[in-house]
Design a protein around this ligand. Structure first.
Ligand code: PMV
Length: 313
């Protein structure tokens, strides 16, 4: 039996603008994870099971766009194998889906790592390789993904990321001081692909305005990295709230997200913003060990469906 896991993720700065070549910062959310378990299949063939997603299928019969089946095909082709040994691949995840926490990328990365191990090609499975294959699957599900999700779930470290040709810029880094965050779920599910498409339409209709917003997001991400690397909590918080204002301008926030952001700030959070695709999903609030409980309670009262504490660094 072989097991592999991958974390969820949150975007601290720069979602959406990152699709347009601006820098962004994402960090792993290690408390919630996707897990892939591979066992010998007593019957022949490859069986794919994801009980939470209602998937129970043979690889041959799987929907060609099924993320698990695509992840398996990616590794099979990278290993140069015509046939796979009989096996049963079971995927579970405690990362909420369609909520901006990178659940799709995480499931794919976990399957890729477990299968590489199972097929004795673990030496190929560097973070970069896992990220690359995960991206190939993400493309089918997200349209024009920037590549930040697959990068942060594969590297499982804070990353400063910029989509670039011929190669993306990926710089992992450590905060000078721990960053304490609460990640609160609006309970509203949202399709990243749909929101990314809407932003594209707005950008095409009004390129100058959107380019200006994206440039401001880039400034926030650059300053955000400096603040994280110098341990300046007030500046990190200020920049998060500034980023939220820019996301509101892009029309990717929502009344539920705005309400949670305001509630966190009113309760003493140093800064708060949505995280990920927006229009639902999760928001993040910067807290300290002293303010965490008060802000947690305020988010709960404001209707957060679940609240996860995350420490970075
Ligand atoms: O909603 P998520 O967790 O998939 O995050 C999407 C981040 C975007 O910047 C909106 C899209 C992307 O591909 O980077």
């Amino acid at each position: 039996m072989v097991t592999a896991t991958a974390p969820g993720k949150i975007i601290l700065f720069g979602e959406h603008a990152v699709v347009y070549g601006r820098p962004a910062i994402a960090v792993p959310l290690s408390q919630v994870r996707a897990t892939a378990v591979i066992e010998r299949n007593p019957q022949s063939g490859v069986r794919l099971l994801a009980p939470d997603l209602g998937v129970d299928t043979g690889l041959e019969e799987a929907d060609p766009e099924d993320a698990i089946a695509m992840a398996v095909r990616q590794v099979q082709s990278a290993a140069g194998l015509n046939r796979l040994p009989p096996m049963r691949i079971t995927v579970t995840s405690d990362i909420p889906i369609a909520s901006g926490l990178g659940s799709g990328a995480s499931i794919t990365a976990a399957v890729i790592r477990a299968l590489a191990d199972c097929l004795d090609i673990a030496h190929l499975a560097t973070d970069q390789w896992v990220s690359h294959l995960t991206y190939e699957v993400e493309k089918v599900h997200h349209g024009t993904p920037s590549g930040i999700d697959n990068t942060v779930v594969a590297y499982e470290q804070p990353v400063y990321f910029m989509r670039r040709q011929p190669q993306n810029l990926i710089e992992t880094f450590e905060p000078a001081k721990p960053i304490h965050l609460l990640v609160a779920d609006t309970g509203v599910s949202s399709s990243t692909k749909a929101v990314v498409t809407d932003v594209r339409n707005s950008w095409q209709a009004n390129p100058e305005r959107f380019e200006r917003i994206f440039d401001s997001c880039a400034e926030v991400a650059v300053a955000g990295r400096t603040a994280i690397q110098s341990g300046n909590q007030h500046e990190i918080g200020r920049l998060m709230t500034r980023n939220q204002a820019l996301l509101v301008e892009m029309t990717v926030s929502s009344p539920e997200l705005n309400h949670l952001v305001e509630s966190a700030i009113n309760a003493g959070s140093l800064g708060a913003k949505l995280s990920g695709g927006g229009r639902g999903g999760n928001m993040i609030a910067l807290v300290t060990p002293e303010t965490e409980e008060t802000i947690h309670n305020a988010l709960s009262r404001a209707g957060a469906r679940s609240i996860i504490y995350n420490q970075i660094g």
